[in-house]
Design a protein around this ligand. Sequence first.
Ligand code: HEC
Length: 477
Amino acid sequence: MGVLRRTWAWIDDVTGLSASLGPILTHLVPRAQKTRWLYVFGSATLAVFIVQVGTGIALSSAYVTGSGQAYDSLLFISRSRVGSVIRGIHYFGASAMIVLIGIHAIRTYLMASYKHPRQVNWLTGAALLMFTILMAFTGQLLRWDQGGFWTAVVAAEQAGKTPFIGHWLGHFLLAGDTAGGATLSRFFAAHVFFIPAFIFAFLGFHLYLVLHNGISEPPKAGRPVDPRTYRTWYHAMLKKDGVPFWPDAAWRDLFFAMLIVILVVMLGIFVGAPALGKPPDPTIIQASPRPDWYFLWYFALLSMIPKWMENFVIVGGPAVFGLFLILLPFFGGKGERSPLRRPWSILIVAFIVTIIGYYWHMGVLAPWSPRMDAPPLPPAVVGVTTGSVADGARVFHQKGCEYCHLVSGYGGIRGPDLSDAGDRMTRAEIATRIFSGAQNMPSYTGNMSPQDLTVLLDFLESRHLKPPAATKRFPPR
Ligand code: HEC
């Protein structure tokens, strides 16, 4: 112990740490009895960001930029135990950052922490939110599998719709006219150099401002912010009722941040990053590129809105949201902070969360996109393992019918459920549909042998939902 104490005394003597950091650690913060746990999301975001920096540097040491090698280098990383765990942590860390910064933003918005004198806290926070989203976007691209590749293409197409600068912006994103090696270098540089540099700078400023202005006290209905008197009131309140940041308030930040980091590491170890998609191939126009989950809702939104609204949503959506974030502290810099006195703030959050939730749900179901990964129907569903019905079930899978049609819960949902095809349609009707196709169903004329058609029809005719008479509901009502 003596050695430790003397070492620390020496370090403190030559660095002056306790004299400079001590007051920061023990500065007074509002007591915030009831809402104390709502204040932990910002520091947890920071903790996960540090994890991202660490795992990101580790990943970059084995990652090769280059359209020919990026995918292979990721395969290499994923094949080693350590590499795949680091990739998993980085993936779940990204997810955690998005969730945490989202909650942090909602919390500060609902509590109106953006009001005087914390306007610039809010603005730097909004910038950090934007940078975090950009990191998530550029990161999923670096996988350079089919999903990443097409995300880049779709993003450039969208950017191209921006008025006036669209063409230039699309060109800038792809670093050329088409997605290729130069695109990947550009996204890599953005993901590991530019955006992180901005994050560090804004984060430093954000934290400095938190110290400079003090953490916001919990809002109380009927206690509006008056810019002329707020600071005097705030300092008097702290003097009377404040608690030192360390340890009275900081232990919660520390505890929650540790919990999140442990969770992220556990997920990285036991669940791992999503498997890589197929290698990118510009000649395959992938019908349904799927972005990572945090962008899925936006993707679904774009897939589902009518065509004429598309440009408006792509350009107008982010513009309105960005303007709202920037103007909010200027137009709402004083007055009531309590969400009870700002009911529209609750409505706005509820609206945004509902929209995102709804489209996210739709994105997960992806009713518009065929499910290319639908497994062959299991024997339990088919009912038999040999004979024409079983052969038909195989054709149903091989010819891609199952990508779009459900049978007893297996398959895609782009077309109607065919679990009861035998109850609803005659053999001739089904055959007509297979040959003529439909609005969203390809025609199979010339693409199906007579034998295949026969067994396929046998299979579909055998699909019944109506239970045989003997097994009707018992006891009868
Ligand atoms: C790309 C997706 C897709 C594929 C692949 C596909 N279908 Fe369809 N199918 C649809 C859609 C969408 C409809 C509904 C069309 C409509 O009625 O407007 C449909 C309708 C049908 C219907 C009529 C169902 C009803 O309830 O009216 C049958 C039967 C059918 N498909 C059978 C097949 C068979 C058999 C195959 C494979 C040989 C197949 N489909 C492949 C999308 C698909």
